[in-house]
Write a protein that binds this ligand. Sequence first.
Ligand code: CMP
Length: 136
Amino acid sequence: MSNLEQTLSIIKPDAVERNLVEEIKNIFKKNNLNIIESKKIKITKDEASEFYKVHQSKPFYNDLCSYLSSGPIVVMILEGNNAVISNRKLMGATNPKEAEENTIRKIYGLSIDKNSVHGSDSLENAKKEIAFFFKN
Ligand code: CMP
């Protein structure tokens, strides 16, 4: 049975800076995640703090928000069958050192902070994150 979903993906500053945007987009496309919206933007630290609000109690929150606002990012809406979980499998574990072979973070990630991509962790958060970046 098909279960069409949308999820939010971000190509983070470390990957944009290394010109990996097209390579990463091709991985999504090859794995049946259609990129239905995409834009390259730079956000402020306040915006990053709002986006990552769920992590506000974590010790890494400040560095995380500084990092996401440190350079251009590419935000995308991915659509496909079970898009939330499909994208998370493709990304691999948060820490590239722990990510499985052939996942985006294993291939491109530099560290737990510079892990090249973000993806929504649930359908509920996907809806919130899409609305955050793509207000109609
Ligand atoms: P992301 O999927 O964008 O969600 C939050 C980010 O916090 C995560 O990827 C990591 O890049 C970053 N982060 C930094 N330190 C940690 C940590 N100890 N545990 C989880 N995430 C961390």
